[in-house]
Design a protein around this ligand. Structure first.
Ligand code: SPV
Ligand code: MG
Length: 313
């Protein structure tokens, strides 16, 4: 197996790097198993999986706990969606310390107000002033300990109704503040805004894109258009919703689970993701160590030591 590349290396690779969204360790494993290079710990997916809007309802610690658990289960890099940084500069400093310590390889923060609202929801998509967000980026970069920890600045100018000029102004500012990459978001059905940004941007940072609404674009086209990392942010969750709806509907409609059995992952797969084999072998190993210890105790040497202990006490 080829060695796993770091997130920083992937961002500077000749090929397009590919990430997919996950909301728990199981879905992170599915991202890795499918062959994606990076797990995107998606704010939308994590919030949706807990039944709340993607609007900073969850605390940083709730999001961090999910990202940390993902890191423990996959070997590809985890990139955490950290919304607008969970507050002000002090929150960003605490966030970078915490996520870096958890083994996450990078964070992405966006230039929206706190609380943020998912970019596809019609509602408040106001941007913070450039100086405020540049300060947050500078704080994030100054806080990291490992030089390879990646800080991605997400530009929401197009989402917020601004044009190319505002997006480029922000790109320049965030690059000056020390960002390692820029995520340019768009809610158009075509990649036109993304392409125009990539063509006009004359800085040095890798560009990250999220082809959710402009879903017909291919990976080759995104690479040729100037993107370094494409994030398929929520297709997994949406696919799971469709699949579960269909399975549950069919069980009730048919009055039996038999017809859907061939659409289900076998229980063996579930045990595989849980690493039940490791549990069983740990039990075997340590039970036999325990038995060995008990035998020594019952055979003399241990027995004498125990008696001596009793006498001393
Ligand atoms: C997420 O996955 O939470 C994202 C991407 O931020 S999006 O939902 O497209 O804004
Ligand atoms: Mg998000």
């Amino acid at each position: 197996m080829a060695p796993v590349k770091t997130l920083r290396a992937l961002l500077h690779d000749a090929d397009l790097a590919k990430a997919a969204g996950a909301h728990n360790p199981l879905t992170a494993q599915l991202v890795e198993q499918a062959g994606f290079d990076v797990v995107w710990a998606s704010g939308l997916e994590i919030a949706a999986s807990l039944g709340v809007p993607d609007a900073n309802i969850l605390s940083m610690n709730e999001c961090l706990a999910v990202a940390r658990a993902m890191v423990e289960k996959v070997s590809v890099p985890v990139l955490a969606d950290c919304d607008s940084g969970f507050g002000g500069i002090g929150n960003v400093v605490h966030m970078v310390r915490s996520y870096e310590a958890a083994g996450v390889q990078g964070v992405c923060i966006e230039d929206k107000t706190f609380p943020k609202l998912n970019s596809f929801v019609a509602g408040n998509q106001a941007l913070v002033p450039i100086e405020d967000f540049a300060g947050k980026i500078a704080a994030a970069v100054a806080t990291r300990v490992n030089e390879d920890f990646v800080v991605i600045a997400r530009i929401e100018a197009f989402i917020s109704g601004y044009g190319l000029d505002e997006a480029l102004r922000r790109a320049e500012a965030y690059e000056l503040a020390g960002a390692d990459a820029l995520l340019i978001h768009s809610k158009l059905k075509t990649p036109n805004e993304i392409y125009s940004f990539c063509a006009a941007y004359d800085g040095d940072l890798p560009i990250v894109v999220v082809p959710t609404t402009y879903n017909s674009v291919t990976m080759e086209e995104l690479r040729a258009g100037g993107a370094s990392l494409a994030i398929y942010a929520n297709q997994g969750l949406r696919g799971a919703i469709t699949s579960i709806r269909q399975i549950f509907g069919s069980i009730l409609a048919e009055g039996t689970a038999a017809p859907v059995e061939n659409q289900l992952a076998p229980l063996g797969d579930v045990f595989g993701y849980q690493d039940v084999a490791a549990l069983l072998s740990a039990e075997d190993r340590f039970e036999s160590i325990g038995q060995g210890v008990a035998k020594q105790i019952l055979n003399g040497a241990g027995e004498e030591r125990r008696n001596a202990d009793v006498v001393e006490r």
